[in-house]
Design a protein around this ligand. Sequence first.
Ligand SMILES: *[C@@H]1O[C@H](CO)[C@@H](O)[C@H](O)[C@H]1NC(C)=O
Ligand SMILES: *[C@@H]1O[C@H](CO)[C@@H](O)[C@H](O)[C@H]1NC(C)=O
Ligand SMILES: *[C@@H]1O[C@H](CO)[C@@H](O)[C@H](O)[C@H]1NC(C)=O
Length: 233
Amino acid sequence: MTRAKQMRLPSVAVLVWLCLVTDSNVWTASGSDVTTPATSTNMTNDVQQVFTQHEVIPDVIDVAPKEFAKISYPSGVSVEGGNELRPTQVKDQPRVEWTAKPDAYYTLFMVDPDAPNRKEPKFREIGHWLVGNIPGTKVEDGDHMYAFAGSGPPNGSGLHRYVFLVYEQPAGKIDYSQAPRVSNRSRNHRVNYNHRAFVKQYGLGELVAGNFYQAQYDDYVPTLHAQLSSGTE
Ligand SMILES: *[C@@H]1O[C@H](CO)[C@@H](O)[C@H](O)[C@H]1NC(C)=O
Ligand SMILES: *[C@@H]1O[C@H](CO)[C@@H](O)[C@H](O)[C@H]1NC(C)=O
Ligand SMILES: *[C@@H]1O[C@H](CO)[C@@H](O)[C@H](O)[C@H]1NC(C)=O
């Protein structure tokens, strides 16, 4: 609640400025693989504004994360608060970093709320990635529940938002042995995923970091769809 009080309503000038910043990021990201972090932004102010401007609040979360997660892909691109990236650029598992307490455990989600499209999201959400019991930011050492799957927005379905969320586990390590395990060759448990229900079920705590990009169809999508249909596990 204090967060809401602290936030001042953005002026029209600030919103216009944010749109310009977002547009220039889009241009940079799709024009080349150069990654220029948005260094001019004020993190304290921006997170709430960017998540609200793109309606990630309220579509996916109710309260803004404390900070932007730093997310970068092997292709060289990075996630910058709603920038547009191509499925080809985000096909491999990214590095995700956030400000972590050394002894705490975290759970990381990646979800797409815009399936099959943003206008009529009857499959909201798609679970793209789920890793729990991450010690600090060592994602590789966590419990990998849903293997990472890249972006597969159907042809003609427009831009989808792909949202990363990092929650702190307030009571330390969690017994996730009953939660499903999904490989990167399967859609099991991914469609109509409800990350809020999972957060509640396992008593996850503060949303410490988050970020999101947008993507629309490109010619990598059929490859991903074939991969997700190739297994049963
Ligand atoms: C960022 O925004 C916060 C909240 O309005 C403000 O307190 C802080 O001074 C700003 N930081 C910079 C570097 O402008
Ligand atoms: C994608 O959709 C466009 C427009 O509807 C169509 O012209 C194109 O052939 C489609 N591409 C594929 C690979 O289906
Ligand atoms: C799918 O998962 C397997 C096993 O972990 C891994 O070797 C492979 O690189 C993954 N494929 C993609 C496209 O991420």
